[in-house]
Design a protein around this ligand. Structure first.
Ligand SMILES: [Zn+2]
Length: 433
């Protein structure tokens, strides 16, 4: 197939996005598009017809500038005027072929957004660029700008988006999300690790770890030695946010302004897990160190005793690790469950310690039980103790295409004492009246 055709198919698929009513494959579109060409239909017209046919809405190419804050996913032929806040190359493999792509963050007077450039547009940090024919897509809950073969990028006068417009804006940790650039955060350094990496053949120290304020926790990476120490409270101005599975990561380098502030500004005890309703967590698509509560709807398959690979910790099938082959397994215990609080649903994975605590039995005791009463007796026990009971989970919430999974560091039964609760509510009502 010629490349041009493939680009038109990309456009159609982009326009259909995830919201299309009908599923359509690339092959099907190619067949349809070729039929139009055989009949001499101009490609643009054919494209428009196919987008309509498969339930998308066609938006004609626009030359009008859109502000970054107004971009929504699934837009085609977008025109923006932006300053490049950050750009990095990335080597990827597409259909077995090595390719270099670029990702980064762009900003204008309304805000900032992540982008992926599928070829080298020679973008450099600080460039002010006019971009036309870009398209937007949803990626892990955020809108992301994409530059493909049809995208045109021209450098323009830097004064059109002066750097001062992009002055860091203050954020609380809980509001950090992927694609924010020019961020200012005041937070306590909770954890600090140093590692050495090679950048362009040169050894460099990278500092990373966890930080937090009274609203939440996030990860950070510093490409410069700001002499940070665990326990420091610092104001970091000029970082940007990437995220991994919904967990925000603040990245900054020597261009950022990092200042120590009075450590009592955020005391250690101010930093507690974020208590969230499940719909909030689902909307955020993940977060670090959260505490949630809900009713156990299901104990999922894979709960109980498992054997893990001693090298990679993967769960074995029989004695086989999918990476290391036949190995001597290490015994482990876990519960996989589904929790609902009436506002949303998430999955949870509980480790050995939490499982032993909830069931009131050690791994060895459960093993004996399984030997005498059969393997399913463990899951039966889990159901008796947990099913339709309220449970409180604390841990990191990781988001992906299938939803949110809480990797629980702690779990406890949280059934409300009905009498106490009704007394509390009636008291509250009395105070209101
Ligand atoms: Zn393994």
């Amino acid at each position: 197939m010629n490349d041009d055709l493939s680009l038109y198919i990309d456009d159609i698929l982009n326009a259909l996005g995830d919201s299309s009513e009908k599923e359509v494959s690339r092959e099907e579109l190619e067949k349809e598009l070729k039929k139009f060409i055989e009949y001499g239909v101009p490609l643009d017209h054919a494209k428009q017809t196919l987008i309509k046919k498969f339930g998308g809405s066609y938006v004609p190419p626009s030359t009008e500038r859109v502000l970054v804050a107004d971009l929504e996913s699934g837009q085609n032929s977008v025109h923006v005027l932006c300053r490049v806040l950050h750009v990095s190359p990335k080597d990827i493999t597409v259909k077995g072929e090595a390719r270099k792509i670029f990702y980064g963050i762009l900003g204008d007077e309304s805000g900032s957004i992540s982008f992926t450039a599928w070829k080298d547009f020679e973008l450099e940090k600080g460039d002010v660029v006019e971009i036309s024919n870009a398209y937007t897509k949803e990626w892990q809950g955020d809108t992301k700008l994409n530059f493909g073969d049809r995208t045109k990028i021209e450098k323009t006068d830097e004064s059109k988006i002066p750097e001062s417009i992009m002055e860091p804006k203050e954020y609380k940790v809980k509001d950090l999300r992927s694609g924010l650039g020019a961020v200012e955060v005041t937070a306590r350094i909770l954890e600090l690790n140093k590692r050495e990496v090679e950048v362009d053949g040169q050894k460099k120290n990278v500092f990373s770890g966890t930080l937090g304020d009274e609203t939440g926790k996030a990860q950070y990476t510093s490409w410069h030695d700001f002499k940070l120490k665990e326990g420091d409270v610092v104001k970091i101005a000029g970082g940007y946010i990437k995220s991994w599975k919904g967990i925000p990561q603040l990245t900054f380098d020597e261009k950022a302004n990092v200042e120590k502030v009075e450590s009592s500004t955020i005391s250690k005890k101010d930093i507690a897990p974020q208590k969230l309703l499940l719909y909030e967590l689902v909307e955020k698509r993940g977060a670090m160190d959260v505490e949630v509560e809900g009713t156990v709807l299901e104990i999922r398959r894979g709960s109980g005793l498992v054997m893990r690979c001693p090298e990679c910790n993967r769960v074995l099938v029989g004695t086989e690790c999918s990476i290391h082959g036949s190995v001597e397994g290490v015994e482990d215990l876990r519960i996989k469950l589904v929790v609902d609080d009436g506002t949303g649903v998430v999955s949870g994975i509980l480790d050995k310690e939490s499982t032993e605590k909830l069931l009131g039995k050690t791994l060895d005791e459960l093993k004996k039980m399984s030997e005498t009463k059969g393997e399913e007796s463990i899951v039966e026990e889990m159901n008796t103790i947990l099913f339709s009971h309220r449970i409180s989970l604390r841990g990191n919430a990781l988001g992906d295409a299938f939803g949110i999974t809480i990797i629980a560091k702690d779990a406890k039964l949280a059934d409300i004492d009905v009498e106490v609760e009704s007394e509390r509510i009636s008291k509250e009502l009395e105070e209101l009246s």
